[in-house]
Design a protein around this ligand. Structure first.
Ligand SMILES: [Fe+2]
Ligand SMILES: [Fe+2]
Length: 201
C-alpha cells in the first residue's frame, strides 16, 4: 500500500537525518560511522520478528549500503588507489562491493514472505562484517589511507556532500535532478553506482 510505503520512506528519512555526520568529519570517521549504523540495523533485524519491521530494516540497510558503497566507489577508493598504488587492496574491496550489490538487489526484489529472505539478509550481514573488517583492521585500507598523504578532511567533505545528495535521491525527495559529482582523480565506478541507485528508485 502506498501509505505504508510513504510511512517507511518518512521513517528512513528521519533515520538518515539522525545519522548525517557533521560536516567536519574526516573521511575515515565518516565511513566508520556508516559501518556502525548498518551493523546496528543488522543486529536489530536479527532480533525483530514482525514482517513489517524486518522489511523496514532491510530496506534501510540496503539503501544505506548503496549510498555507502557508491561514495567509496566514486570518491574514496579512487583517491586511495591514487595515493597508495595498492591495487590488490583496492581491487579486492571493489569485488566485495560487487558481490554485496548483487545480494542487495535480490533482497530489494523480495520480501519477508520469501522463505529465503532472512537467510539473504543474514548472509549480507556476514559479507559486510568481513568487508568492514578488511577496511578497518590494523593493516587494512583505512590504516593505509591514514599513513598516506591523503587529505582526509578534504576527502571527508566530498564524501559528506555526495552522501547527502545520494541519500536525498534514494529517498525520492528530488525529481532526478542531475547534480555534478564532486570528484578529483579517477572515478571508474560512478557509472555502476548510478545504475545501482537507479535500481533503488
Ligand atoms: Fe566501508
Ligand atoms: Fe567498502
Amino acid at each position: 500500500m502506498a501509505s505504508k510505503k510513504t510511512a517507511r520512506k518518512a521513517q528512513r528519512k528521519r533515520s538518515a537525518s539522525r545519522r548525517t555526520p557533521t560536516s567536519g568529519s574526516d573521511a575515515i570517521t565518516l565511513l566508520k560511522a556508516d559501518h556502525r549504523q548498518v551493523t546496528q540495523w543488522f543486529a536489530e533485524f536479527q532480533k525483530s520478528r514482525g514482517a513489517r519491521q524486518k522489511q523496514s530494516l532491510a530496506e534501510r540497510i540496503c539503501a544505506a549500503l548503496r549510498v555507502h558503497t557508491s561514495i567509496e566507489d566514486e570518491i574514496f577508493y579512487p583517491a586511495f588507489l591514487e595515493a597508495t598504488k595498492d591495487t590488490q587492496t583496492h581491487h579486492e574491496a571493489e569485488v566485495e562491493h560487487n558481490s554485496a550489490e548483487r545480494l542487495i538487489a535480490e533482497i530489494e526484489e523480495s520480501g519477508p514472505e520469501d522463505d529465503y529472505y532472512d537467510a539473504k539478509v543474514k548472509v549480507l550481514s556476514e559479507m559486510i562484517k568481513h568487508h568492514v573488517n578488511e577496511e578497518e583492521k590494523r593493516d587494512g585500507m583505512f590504516a593505509e589511507a591514514r599513513r598516506s598523504k591523503l587529505d582526509l578532511k578534504e576527502l571527508g567533505a566530498r564524501l559528506a556532500a555526495r552522501k547527502a545528495q545520494l541519500t536525498r535521491e534514494s529517498e525520492g525527495s528530488e525529481d532526478d535532478v542531475d547534480v555534478p559529482v564532486p570528484r578529483s582523480g579517477g572515478s571508474s565506478s560512478s557509472g555502476r553506482s548510478e545504475r545501482a541507485l537507479a535500481r533503488a528508485r
